[in-house]
Design a protein around this ligand. Structure first.
Ligand SMILES: Cc1cc2nc3c(=O)[nH]c(=O)nc-3n(C[C@H](O)[C@H](O)[C@H](O)COP(=O)(O)O)c2cc1C
Ligand SMILES: [Fe+2]
Ligand SMILES: [Fe+2]
Length: 404
């Protein structure tokens, strides 16, 4: 049975929710699911904007057929060729063989690579090209590396709707929701929107800023992303979040404490540091065991807070592997502009601090605080005092307008 929602008088959400998949891209846990959004415009011509993952293909097709209500499908605009959105395009091509596929040259190449039979029925567009579907006129805007090189967004100049591809997307299935103003986004969605953005697109901040620069020149009334809710109110809220994430500026003054520990001694150091920070008045603090927390959550938190304390034991003359993996992920995602405290632990040849600092040095504008703490097996009185000093210097650095 169909399950659709009306976005405007003549535009429908025909996407579907995925709640069975455990790992998005087979790597990121999605405990609350994800939506694959697709939109269908009923103008003089009928236009489908993107499709959906094959896992929800059946629901998606039922939705498209219901909204078309016997009309033929004239156009299928493909903004993004990643299979979570384009996998069902083959089924659309089979059911509506007269449809014209509209997309970029790079997307056409990917269509061939993925094996979709698009040849004669392809209409290639590039930056600034326009099309009219009757009442609605659209302009195509290239959005390379948001999140793949072929990506574009489509702006409907008639009603101000921006089909924004993966930009402004979020994890979490919609479960009946269509608009962001139907939920408490800040409370219930923001963390998952951040986790989605930072892990999926986080590396490409400058490309996202390019797209936001282009977006600033058009009068956007509504954002229709490929995952998560549609934005029709308070667009400034989500745009502001995107500017922070894309420029690697922290959203909040606060501390992410990420620790690793085999026997509990490094964990004890983390607890002491957290207690000292609270005692000194710093309450915006989150603490995670990197062995127990999926890296994607740690990445989201690292993008959120201004400060980080990283504590880890030495392991085979190197850094404890889950901490190494988290730190290399931050490095690969280009995280910058953070103030970091480092605490190592070792019983005979401590090395984790050196490795942590090497990784931090290879990142841009990361400030490692001088109070380096080295635990020898368990926290001694001297180390206890050093953790106290580290808490002081974290708080001092927050008081200054820190130059990274
Ligand atoms: C497989 C393995 C390798 C280790 N390699 C080193 C090492 O190379 N150098 C060192 O000083 N300690 C090494 N250690 C010891 C731990 O780093 C040390 O006992 C530390 O205090 C543990 O902290 P924790 O109580 O938080 O787990 C190793 C421990 C294990 C289990
Ligand atoms: Fe994507
Ligand atoms: Fe996507």
């Amino acid at each position: 049975m169909h399950c659709v929602r009306k976005v405007t008088d003549d535009l429908y959400w025909v996407g579907a929710n995925e709640k069975r998949l455990h790992l998005f891209e087979n790597i990121h846990p999605i405990e609350d699911g994800v939506s694959y959004n697709s939109y269908l415009l009923l103008d003089e011509k009928t236009v489908l904007f993107d499709t959906a993952d094959w896992a929800v293909g059946r629901q998606f097709i039922e939705n498209v057929e219901y909204v078309l209500d016997g009309r033929k499908l004239d156009y299928m605009v493909i903004n993004h060729m990643e299979p979570d959105h384009c996998a069902s395009m083959e089924e659309i091509l089979l059911r509506y063989p007269e449809v014209t596929v509209v997309s970029t040259e790079k997307a056409y190449m990917l269509m061939q690579q993925f094996g979709f039979s698009v040849t004669d029925n392809f209409h290639q567009v590039q930056e600034g090209d326009t099309m009219s579907f009757g009442k609605h006129n659209v302009v195509f805007v290239e959005a390379p590396m948001v999140h793949w090189p072929e990506a574009m967004v489509t702006f409907d100049t008639t009603n101000g709707v921006l089909f924004s591809a993966d930009a402004f997307g979020s994890f979490k299935s919609l479960d009946g929701v269509l608009f962001a103003d139907e939920v408490n986004f800040d409370r219930d969605w923001l963390d998952e929107a951040r986790r989605y953005y930072t892990n999926i697109v986080g590396k490409y901040g400058p490309h996202v800023m390019d797209l936001l620069g282009k977006a600033a020149t058009i009068d956007i009334k509504m954002l229709c992303p490929l995952h998560g809710p549609v934005w029709r109110k308070d667009l400034g809220y989500i745009l502001d979040k995107y500017v922070h994430w894309a420029t690697y500026e922290p959203e909040e003054k606060g501390v992410l404490i990420a620790y690793a520990s085999m026997y509990g001694n490094t964990e004890s150091a983390a607890q002491i540091l957290a207690a000292k920070l609270h005692e000194k008045g710093m309450h915006n603090l989150r603490m995670y065991d990197v062995s127990k927390t999926h890296q994607s959550y740690l990445i989201g938190e690292a993008f959120k807070y201004s400060h980080m304390a990283l504590l880890a034991p030495t392991y085979n003359l190197n850094l404890f592997p889950p901490m190494e993996s988290f730190m290399l992920d931050m490095q690969k995602l280009n995280l910058q502009k953070r103030v970091v405290g480092v605490v190592e632990n070792g019983s005979w040849a401590p090395q984790s601090g050196v490795v942590m600092k090497e990784i931090l040095d290879s990142m841009k504008q990361m400030t490692v605080l001088n109070e380096e703490v080295s635990v020898t097996s368990s926290v001694s009185k001297a180390v206890y005092d050093e953790l106290d000093s580290l808490a002081d210097s974290i708080i001092d650095s927050m008081k200054q307008d820190y130059k990274y």
